[in-house]
Ligand binder design. Structure first.
Ligand code: AMP
Ligand code: ZN
Length: 136
């Protein structure tokens, strides 16, 4: 993907603050952090988001995210982390190369995640469950 900024970061064509790299995965500091130590974990190959990324690469991204969460605890003393991915523009994805955010949290940061359950939505859980049951 010639115009993809994250592909350029993996290739070293754009500078990044690299935290970790292996055969499949690359991790680096977010340039506009929401808290100190905000890290992005990405596949080295170009995959747009969760929908087109192979499972073995996703597994490695999650394994690395766990190691990074521990690293943040050990080295920066963070109390907790949010780990999240935006897949698709409507879900807030701005860079269309898959990335998982690992965001350090502390009691004092006063941040609020943006999902609040809505009591007044007339949703039939049984109906939705019947459409969604996934075979193992
Ligand atoms: P999203 O909205 O989930 O697509 O997040 C994209 C993230 O990429 C944002 O948090 C940006 O700050 C971050 N970002 C964009 N360009 C760069 C870059 N060159 N280096 C590091 N992080 C970047
Ligand atoms: Zn890319």
């Amino acid at each position: 993907m010639e115009d993809c900024i994250f592909c350029k970061i993996v290739k070293g064509e754009i500078l990044s603050h690299k935290i970790y790299e292996d055969d499949l995965v690359y991790a680096f500091l977010d340039v506009k952090p929401v808290s100190p130590g905000h890290i992005l974990v990405i596949p080295k190959d170009h995959h747009e988001n969760i929908f087109d990324c192979p499972e073995n690469i996703l597994s490695q991204i999650i394994k690395v995210s766990k190691k990074i969460a521990q690293l943040l605890k050990d080295k920066l003393g963070v109390e907790a982390v949010n780990i999240f991915n935006n897949s698709g523009g409507v879900a807030g994805q701005d860079v269309f190369h898959l990335h998982f955010h690992v965001v350090p949290r502390s009691k004092k940061d006063n941040m609020k995640m943006g999902f609040i359950g809505k009591k007044d939505l007339n949703i039939n859980l049984e109906e939705i469950k019947n459409k969604l049951v996934l075979e193992s």
